[in-house]
Design a protein around this ligand. Structure first.
Ligand code: NBP
Length: 477
């Protein structure tokens, strides 16, 4: 038998993706470096559809109908290169290698270029939604050539998550590394969303004085409004969970040291390279690293500061409403920053990414799925050249309505000594963008003073330098 698609790399993600293809009626060839995983899949789930188990690379490739569609779901990095090295010599022009791992987009660009010379389409594809998503429908972000999408797109549309309006959560993001780039930014935004939710929780706990169970109820209520999203929903679940061993709230028995795998960090590293201010995402990454510095935190515990004093019942309820405003406004800012990075990447690499389509495919399947994304799509559809989400009238109006509460929350956090780097960075970004004048003029003066770096004037064209060490007259540079 020949199979319509093949999956190599049958750990949690690959196994579930293979099952997803099979459950949608596709015949799927299976391969894994260690054959026992292939056998295990056949034993447990072989009845779910048409599978063609294979043991060697040659058997696997021979089992695929042409042009071959070969999905690689191995550990990102060297394993991906090893698999490509093994399979590429067995393939022919027109065949496709689809890398569904969390690759760095620069690796994807390199691999795509190398394989293109051999006539093989390399499709670096972001897949979001974890193992459940892989099985029931992930959000899929494929890069690669237009031809590869023509051959692959319909299958991906079939297995992808569907948004509430039924639209599949997959689109051809753009050439070469575009898909993995967008997946990277997705993860960066995910970090920012999680950090903002964490700050909201901490404020409700320390300033409002609420218990985790009560905060869970508040999140459940927020989830019926404009913050309706998967992350808010699971936050309520986590907060209402009680530890069986101690009877304490689960959130109180977990060590407060956040870990990370690296895609959030990449989002910030690339943003630095592209010169894009993604302060919200950066604060989220830094907040995780700070939490992990146990010695530093232990050595700092005695530092002076206010102890938060919980508010009375009525003020607490009013404060909770303000926190919702602050969270929503900060969320608009982090998406603004993330979409700025996507636009900058698209410009730098000539990808022509459609931001409205990206927001559309994030509406289902992925971790940041949210009702809010419909609004982003609508904003870009109304104005395809939108320079910033904040330039959209709808979002600007919402922030305008939220800003008094947002400022009050950041002020309260500051006076009470509750760290809110995400809320505060988002607010600083907003205020910096709206500022008539920034202290960057002074920065330019300093740079000219110590390094003769020159400056531009507000009233005349050209570059200028002041003779700081001499008579302080101005010369044209
Ligand atoms: P892992 O990332 O744990 O990778 C395990 C797989 O890689 C196994 O099939 C293993 O084969 C194979 N592999 C390794 Br390791 N080195 C290899 C090599 N040199 N040659 C061939 N195969 C090799 O699996 P996963 O958690 O299912 O994730 C797969 C990919 O999906 C990763 O890139 C991950 O970042 C990405 N991803 C994961 C999630 C998630 O929620 N887990 C979500 C989205 C994306 P073996 O069985 O022979 O050891």
């Amino acid at each position: 038998t020949t199979a319509q698609i093949g999956v190599t790399g049958l750990a949690v993600m690959g196994r579930n993706l293979a099952r997803n293809f099979a459950r949608n009626g596709y015949s799927v060839a299976l391969h894994n470096r260690t054959a026992s995983r292939t056998h295990a899949l056949m034993e447990e789930f072989g009845e779910e559809g048409v599978f063609v188990p294979t043991e060697t690379a040659e058997e696997f490739v021979a089992a695929l109908e042409r042009p071959r569609r070969l999905v690689v779901m191995v550990k990102a990095g060297e394993p991906t290169d090893a698999v490509i090295k093994e399979f590429a010599p067995l393939l022919e022009a027109g065949d496709m290698i689809v890398d569904g791992g969390n690759a760095h987009f620069a690796d994807t660009r390199r691999r795509e270029k190398e394989l293109r010379e051999q006539g093989i389409h390399f499709v670096g594809t972001g897949v979001s939604g974890g193992e459940e998503g892989a099985l029931h429908g992930p959000s899929i972000m494929p890069g690669g050539s237009v031809e590869s999408y023509a051959a692959l797109g319909p299958m991906l549309e079939k297995i992808s998550a569907k948004a509430k309006d039924g639209a599949p959560c997959v689109t051809h993001v753009g050439p070469d590394g575009a898909g993995h780039f967008v997946k990277m930014v997705h993860n960066g935004i995910e970090y920012a969303d999680m950090q903002l939710i964490g700050e909201a929780y901490q404020l409700l706990r320390d300033v409002a004085g609420y218990s985790p169970a009560r905060i869970a109820d508040i999140f459940r209520q927020w989830n019926t409004g404009r913050l309706d999203s998967y992350l808010i929903e699971i936050t309520a679940e986590v907060l209402s969970h009680v530890d069986a061993a101690t009877g304490e709230p689960f959130v109180d028995v977990v060590q407060d040291r956040a870990e990370q795998k690296g895609t959030g960090r990449w989002t910030v590293q690339i943003a630095l390279d592209l010169g894009v201010p993604v302060s919200g995402i950066a604060e989220a990454v830094f907040a995780r690293s700070l939490s992990g510095h146990a010695e530093l935190r232990a050595a700092s515990r005695h530092l002076a500061g206010p102890a938060a004093t919980p508010l009375g019942e009525q003020e607490a309820a009013a404060f909770a409403d303000r926190v919702e405003q602050a969270l929503y406004a900060s969320k608009i800012v982090s998406y603004t920053q993330g979409f700025h990075e996507i636009a900058a990447g698209s410009d730098a690499y000539g990808w022509n990414v459609d931001p409205g389509a990206v927001a559309r495919i994030w509406r289902g399947g992925c971790i940041i799925r949210a009702a809010f994304l419909d609004r982003i799509t609508a904003a870009y559809e109304a104005e395809p050249g939108l320079v910033s989400l904040l330039a959209d009238k709808g979002f600007a109006d919402e922030i305008a309505a939220a800003q008094d509460d947002w400022r009050a929350v950041v002020a309260a956090a500051t006076t009470q000594g509750v760290p809110t780097p995400g809320f505060a960075a988002a607010l600083a970004y907003y205020d910096a963008l709206r500022a008539e004048r920034l202290p960057a003029a002074l920065t330019q003066g300093q740079r000219d003073f110590f390094g003769a770096h020159t400056y531009r004037r507000v009233d005349r064209e050209g570059s200028f330098h002041t003779l700081w060490g001499g008579d302080r007259s101005e010369v044209e540079a």
